[in-house]
Design a protein around this ligand. Structure first.
Ligand SMILES: NC(=O)c1ccc[n+]([C@@H]2O[C@H](COP(=O)([O-])OP(=O)(O)OC[C@H]3O[C@@H](n4cnc5c(N)ncnc54)[C@H](O)[C@@H]3O)[C@@H](O)[C@H]2O)c1
Length: 363
């Protein structure tokens, strides 16, 4: 990959973080310290392939705990930090924003401060080589009309508590580059999908409901458009940015795979019907439910910069990536069954808390 062999990954027990850690440890033999608080979205079983490998370590801690982050960096002595820990689900941010403010904003501040103090203590060569990768989302850019795509120059216009908290964290990351010279790289990517995806997000939720013959909820008219990125393509992009990205730069990452939500749901039904036939077509399970408040209509990423400057390209089409995803869920019930039974059974999220209960949650 690169000269970077010791990497601290926050949020490494989550969906994208665990894919990144598996890639770094299993493909590159890198030494990795995972820092993760193990919230409802984190699962160490997603890292079981890495457990026991030389150089793999796990620290259960809160990224907003500045002292703990300082100690982790001093002891592990990373050459790079990949910061993925976040509260990541828009619907949960609507029901209660407090954890999003804590982890996404305060947590990013603590990671930047800990990295700055640690890097300042390195000798000149190591200081120059150090990198801080801040992983963010296209949702910071708001909603698109029928045409056009987000790129690195797009104005920020976040609409949900989740995207507003991620926007705040992006601004902090860039400020630490400009003000303190921390070699920060920022990536904004589109919707990911793939193995080990917590079954609250559209694709795994629909897939598992369809497998169990339950209703398939589609928000509004199903016309909202997302630009889908297979998680392993995303991980290769992150490694590329870490290795060759220019400090201070932003890279938009997307799979050039726009689909309407209803199309996604129908395609999942069709792949499942082919791989695991049921008595009646699973499209019959589709149920339209009231829309998410403030639901952004369309996201799309123009990934020309990372393609042109760093030579990264998505390898999977939506069809090939979806087929791999469905097959993975069919083969890995050991992973998703306990999550469905113990953590989240598929109930509707994203109904706003009242003002007073939301304020109490912040306090
Ligand atoms: N999933 C997507 O489609 C997508 C798209 C764009 C950007 N992103 C960004 O990528 C990153 C990873 O997303 P994901 O989908 O893997 O998220 P995820 O929800 O699957 O995982 C988040 C991980 O962070 C951990 N975490 C949460 N709060 C923490 C805290 N205070 N301290 C330490 N660890 C904590 C959780 O335990 C979990 O393991 C996030 O920053 C997210 O905003 C995700």
């Amino acid at each position: 990959m690169t000269a970077l062999r010791r990497i601290l990954v926050t949020g490494g027990a989550g969906f994208i973080g665990s894919a990144l850690v598996r890639h770094l440890v299993l493909e590159f033999g890198a030494e990795v310290l995972v820092v993760d608080r193990l919230t409802y979205a984190g699962d160490r079983r997603s890292l079981s392939a890495c457990e026991g490998r030389p150089g793999f370590a796990f620290l259960e801690a809160d990224v907003a705990d500045l002292d703990a982050m300082r100690r982790a960096m001093e002891e592990f002595r990373p050459q790079a930090v990949a910061h993925l820990a976040a509260e990541s689900h828009v619907d949960r941010s609507i029901a209660g924003a407090a954890p999003f403010i804590h982890t996404n904003i305060v947590g990013t501040f603590a990671m930047l401060e800990a990295a700055r103090a640690y890097r300042d203590g390195l000798d000149a060569g190591d200081r120059d080589a150090f990198r801080f990768l801040h992983v963010s989302t296209d949702e910071v850019f708001g909603s698109l009309p029928e045409e056009g795509a987000f790129d690195e120059a797009t104005r920020y216009d976040p609409r949900s508590p989740y995207s507003a908290s991620k926007a705040a964290s992006d601004h902090l990351a860039r400020a630490w580059f400009h003000t303190y010279g921390l070699p920060v790289l920022v990536t904004n990517c589109s919707n990911n999908y793939g193995p080990f995806h917590f079954p609250e997000k559209l694709i795994p939720l629909v897939l598992l409901n369809a497998l169990e013959g339950k209703p398939l909820p589609v928000y509004g008219d199903g016309g909202n458009v997302r630009d889908w990125l297979f998680v392993e393509d995303h991980v290769r992009a992150l490694v590329t940015v870490l290795a060759r990205g220019v400090p201070g730069a932003t890279y938009c990452i997307g799979g050039r795979s726009e689909r309407r939500n209803l199309q996604v749901v129908e395609q999942i039904c069709d792949v499942l019907d082919r791989l695991r036939p049921a008595a009646r077509p699973r499209r019959k399970l589709i149920t339209f439910v009231p829309d998410r408040p403030g639901h952004d209509r369309r996201y799309a990423i123009d990934p020309s910069r990372i393609e042109r400057e760093l030579g990264w390209h998505a390898r999977e089409t939506f069809e090939t990536g979806l087929e791999r995803t469905v097959r993975w869920y069919l083969d890995n019930e050991w992973w998703w069954r306990p999550l469905r039974e113990q953590r989240y059974a598929g109930e509707r999220l994203g109904l706003p808390a009242t003002g007073t209960s939301a304020a109490r949650a912040v306090a």
